[in-house]
Ligand binder design. Sequence first.
Ligand code: IPM
Ligand code: MN
Length: 360
Amino acid sequence: MNLDIAVLSGDGIGPEVTKQAIKTLKAVGEVYNHTFTFKEAPVGAIAIDQTGDPLPEKTLQLCLDSDAVLFGAIGHPKYDNDPSAKVRPEQGLLKLRKSLGLFTNIRPIKAFPTLIEKSPLKEERILGTDLTIYRELTGGIYFGEKKLNKEGSVASDLCEYSDYEIERIAHLAFKAARTRRKKLTLVDKANVLETSRLWRKVVTNIGKSYADVELDFLFVDNAAMQMILNPSQFDVILTENMFGDIISDEGSVIGGSIGLLASASVGDENAMFEPIHGSFPQATGKNIANPIASILSAAMLLEHFKLFEEAKAINKAVEKALEMNVVTPDIDADSKKTTSEVGNFIADYIANAEEIINYN
Ligand code: IPM
Ligand code: MN
């Protein structure tokens, strides 16, 4: 298969970790005879520095012309502490999601057997956790009208959803549940928010055509508690944009490190793959950031194109790295392994296909 991949490595540790994902994809390409072509373009703070725009037209065009986008990270502290900044790196990511129509963000969360004891949560609580969050990505409060009065003393963000926006992601979430444990939990705040009541109504209706999937509902505050009290009760969680943002960071604690969590953002025509972590400015350039979230995002890219064997090869190699403690310090404070060493281990493991067969 030939795939043109746009690489938007972005800010902070983005370039370091994305490099490891590319290395991994190249190893997969060699072993399984695929041609992956990578073209890079700036996004985020780095793009603002170069062009004044967090998502330059050329970058967007490259994404539209590619089969998939591999995204690194976005954000820079100089904007975080400046509420008056007119242009922000994050706007680049939001505009990209919107322009590519990436309305569904899929975030799988698993308790890796080899890491269970490293999670701050009790082993018996997280054992067997295997859930996936379907987060709506192009609507809600992130994209509603924003206002600030002249005096700068009153602000508002509108949270808006249409039935159509809910329907299209709900179908994807129900379909995913069908291939898994056939349970879907809608997380909302229907006791307070009108948008949440619309979500319940629409999702309940769609659920009728997926009668084999058990549908239940949870208020987001309760869901936040259940996520760490008893995460293995969940299979597919469907939720709106901001709730999904929050509970997925919370869920990362189960896996032991946010540096492990990958995601796929998909729409009708485009797809983008990105770690859920941010730009981790304190670690930039130090070769200490965990590349696994980026590498697992590359595996999700392969799955998206139905290259399941290839994706499995990456997953196995990652499991092996974890098992052999070839990990960055976020997972093991005593580990001296660098970002590139972890990437090399994983790519080498894949390149040695025979070893993978034995490992199976
Ligand atoms: C994420 C990030 C983004 C979000 C930020 C960087 C805009 O936190 O992908 O989860 O809030 O969606
Ligand atoms: Mn987030």
